[in-house]
Write a protein that binds this ligand. Structure first.
Ligand code: AHR
Length: 519
């Protein structure tokens, strides 16, 4: 069976299970051998840092006087925490901000950098003290791949082209001489370039047809410099907008694009107008609707992947979900333009579920960026002056890092339902991989807040003797970590998995994310 047929079969079993239900029964799961060449790209575990609210300023880049470990003004406790979850790439400077950003204002002596208004996000005065060199130093400290978004909406082809030359060339051109004068003799070799952001919206309100022409013009002048072949990335669809993806795939030659993006957020209420829903203090109704909305990622990714398959049978072009995550109302009393929200156990379940979906589509999804890394939307880290905390979502990225660049192992199972009111969703989702040393990792998410799920798992061709695990759960669906109680939702070792003969027996607690390791 081909990979796509297997996925289709998997999707069918999920939906059949959703309609028949199997609560109380033991779920039979099969871990298959899969294609040894198919890897889960580490770039699925990417993050996003926009000049928005307190992500950069107050998050990564802090006041000289703030009493925290710093390198220059880069906050090192944040860097150290992110290093532990292995951030493979970091997207910057936006987001909507990217299409207002003029990179040249953010290089050279800080005091001489012009200021600008951040019109998208709170009308704050942007002093450009965090610019290209500072971002690339941050990436260097994190050991991560920089992923830049070029300004297409209000910039020019020349401006983008100059940025590339400034960063990647080593000839004595004015751009390179300027970079050297600004303290970086060697080229930075930045290969990941997004050409615009949300060009259907804040990036210029373009039609798909118009954008693809604009894209080709920009891509033509996005030059490869020696040793740095570019990964040119097309600004992709909003949610399930099939026309946008179809137009991009039809109009842009495959050799002009390395990747195509998709933005798909999870709103608890599902509505962009009015309340998006609460980050904390919600009841089971909004818990359920959030998870139901998050599961739409499966259908949305499948839809775009199928369109891409029509034009790119060999799956050369990566689908990059470079903005995803839960988007709630902001915390009461905070600037609505700063998108600061708390992060609960529910968000961790969304993260585990979404990452399982991406893993299961790793033949096409080869990158993703959670929005956003610090203090914005579904952040993995929150800061308050000198304090910081790790959110429940952080712990999911900690658990799932074992999947990075590991061999994908397909799973087959029928999920029981989690029913609420008149609706039901599959309670169980999962993905699996085998790492370079042969250890098998299975990530399991039980969305049902009330029922333990029993699993019996058969593994084809895996020789294993022991199983260990870690679990993320908490007493309540809306538990979260605060600066005073930073460990309410934390990882614990998991004793609910046992070897029974050749099979793996698991008791998966309600509302939990579990990572198992079989060796
Ligand atoms: O992540 C917040 C915003 O959401 C980004 O700036 C934009 O691209 C999207 O609409």
């Amino acid at each position: 069976m081909t990979f796509s047929k297997r996925l289709a079969a998997f999707a069918t079993t999920l939906s059949l299970a959703a309609s028949t239900g199997a609560a109380g029964q033991t779920v039979q799961m099969a871990v298959q051998a899969g294609d040894p060449k198919l890897q889960i790209s580490k770039h699925i575990y990417g993050h996003f840092a926009e000049h928005l609210g307190r992500c950069i300023y107050g998050g990564f880049w802090v006041d000289e006087k703030l009493s925290v470990p710093k390198q220059g003004r880069i906050r090192m406790d944040v860097v150290e925490a992110l290093k532990k979850i292995k951030v493979p790439n970091l997207r910057w400077p936006g987001g909507c901000f990217a299409d207002t950003y003029h990179w040249h204002d953010g290089v050279g002596p800080t005091a001489q950098r012009p200021k600008m208004l951040n019109l998208w996000w709170g009308n704050t005065l942007e002093d450009n003290s965090f610019g290209t060199h500072e971002f690339l130093e941050l990436c260097n400290l994190l050991g991560t791949e920089p992923y830049l978004a070029a300004n297409v909406g209000s910039g020019t082809v020349q401006e983008m082209s100059n940025w590339m030359e400034y960063l990647n060339s080593n000839e004595d051109t004015p751009m390179v001489l300027e970079r050297r004068k600004n303290g970086h003799p060697d080229p930075y070799k930045v290969s990941w370039w997004g050409i615009g952001n949300e060009s259907w919206g804040c990036g210029g309100n373009m039609t798909a047809e118009y954008y693809t022409d604009v894209y080709k013009r920009y891509a033509t002048f996005a030059h490869n410099y020696p040793g740095t072949p570019l990964k040119r990335i097309v600004s992709g669809a909003n949610g399930d907008d099939a026309h946008w993806t179809e137009t991009c795939m039809k109009n842009i030659p495959l050799n002009q694009m390395w990747g195509l993006t998709l933005h798909q957020y999870t709103l608890p209420t599902g509505s962009w107008s009015g309340s998006k829903g609460k980050a904390t203090g919600f009841g089971e109704d909004q818990y359920f609707s959030t998870l139901r909305n998050c599961l739409k990622m499966e259908a949305v990714v499948s839809k775009h992947a199928a369109i891409m398959d029509k034009y790119d049978k060999d799956k050369k072009v990566a689908l990059l979900v470079d903005e995803w995550g839960v988007w709630t109302d902001v915390e009461p009393g905070t600037n609505p333009g700063f998108l600061y929200q708390q992060n609960s156990l529910r968000d961790a379940l969304v993260a585990g579920t979404t990452l399982n979906i991406f893993n299961n589509h790793c033949d096409r999804v080869r990158g993703a960026n959670l929005a956003q890394a610090v203090n914005v939307l579904q952040a993995v880290i929150l800061t308050d002056k000198d304090r910081m905390l790790l959110t429940p979502t952080y712990h999911v990225f900690d658990l799932y890092q074992v999947h990075q660049d590991a061999q994908y192992l397909p799973l087959q199972f029928s999920s029981p339902d989690y029913a609420f009111g008149n609706e039901k969703i599959p309670a169980l989702n999962a993905s699996a991989s085998k790492d370079a040393k042969g250890a098998v990792h299975i990530s399991l998410v039980n969305l049902d807040p009330n029922k333990t799920l029993k699993l019996e798992t058969a593994l084809a061709g895996v020789n294993w003797k022991t199983v260990t695990g870690r679990v993320l759960t908490s007493a309540n669906i809306n538990d979260y970590n605060t600066f005073d109680k930073p460990n309410t939702v934390k990882l614990a070792s998991f004793a609910g998995a046992k070897k029974r003969g050749d099979k793996l027996a698991v008791e998966l607690p309600p509302k939990s994310v579990v990572m198992l390791e079989l060796k």
